[in-house]
Design a protein around this ligand. Structure first.
Ligand SMILES: [Zn+2]
Length: 225
């Protein structure tokens, strides 16, 4: 069962306080997608994982409000400028894919120089929202961004060895779902190459082969998504 508590947050961008929900437990009883998205029954964890300040639109994960978010003045000024010019003005306008705050959080994480995998995860959350809202064009744009950020993470060689096969596979899935089939094919091959070195990842080898040749939407379909 998904459970929440309510707590106060202080926006590190405008300094105002607001209340938000924090997830204390979730479930993975829903479908499992081939991009490794576990759907929950009830409220989806990614819908509460990202907070957005109702006053200025600054967005991020819970910890992006807890920590001294901008230790460097240069970063602080860049984030404030981006928020005031491109995010705050959109607050009163409709969000056509219900994931705009996740995309904004990705922009901010990028400006703050956060890990590439974190930026990719935020674009992935936004892409899921766009897909749930049946906004295909936006979903394609966001999937491509998520794939590109994972590619950057892989290029920087800062990942743990045991993450590489999974991240290559996810990059392939983002590109495939973003319509870049040839690029996806190369990343499936690289995922297979890395996963074949680990007997525990046989499932990933099989999955990557399937997704490259005969892609499916679900690993486990609960039928109510
Ligand atoms: Zn704010």
């Amino acid at each position: 069962m998904t459970r929440f508590i309510t707590r106060k947050f202080r926006c590190p961008c405008c300094g105002k306080r607001f209340e938000g929900r924090v997830m204390v437990s979730t479930n993975t009883c829903g479908s499992l997608f081939t991009d490794l998205r576990h759907k929950a029954v009830g409220i989806q964890p990614e819908s509460v994982a990202v907070k957005s300040c109702p006053y200025c639109g600054y967005a991020g994960f819970d910890e992006d409000f807890d920590l001294p978010a901008f230790t460097r003045l240069k970063v602080r000024l860049k984030v404030k400028k981006r928020v005031s010019e491109h995010i705050t003005p959109s607050l009163g306008t409709p969000d056509t894919y219900r994931g705009r705050d996740r995309e904004h959080a990705a922009w901010i994480a990028e400006l703050k120089g956060e890990a590439e995998t974190k930026v990719a995860r935020l674009y992935q959350f936004a892409a899921w929202c766009a897909e749930d809202a049946k906004n295909g064009e936006k979903a394609i744009e966001l999937r491509r961004k998520a794939g590109a950020w994972l590619e950057k993470a892989l290029g920087n060689n800062r990942l743990n060895k045991n993450e590489i096969a999974r991240i290559r596979y996810l990059a392939a899935e983002h590109y495939r779902r973003g319509g870049l089939i040839e690029k996806a094919g190369s990343w499936y091959d690289l995922a297979i190459e890395a996963a074949e070195k680990d007997p525990d990842l046989k499932w990933l080898v099989d999955l990557a082969r399937q997704q490259k040749t005969e892609p499916k939407q679900y690993i486990r379909d609960r039928g109510w998504d």
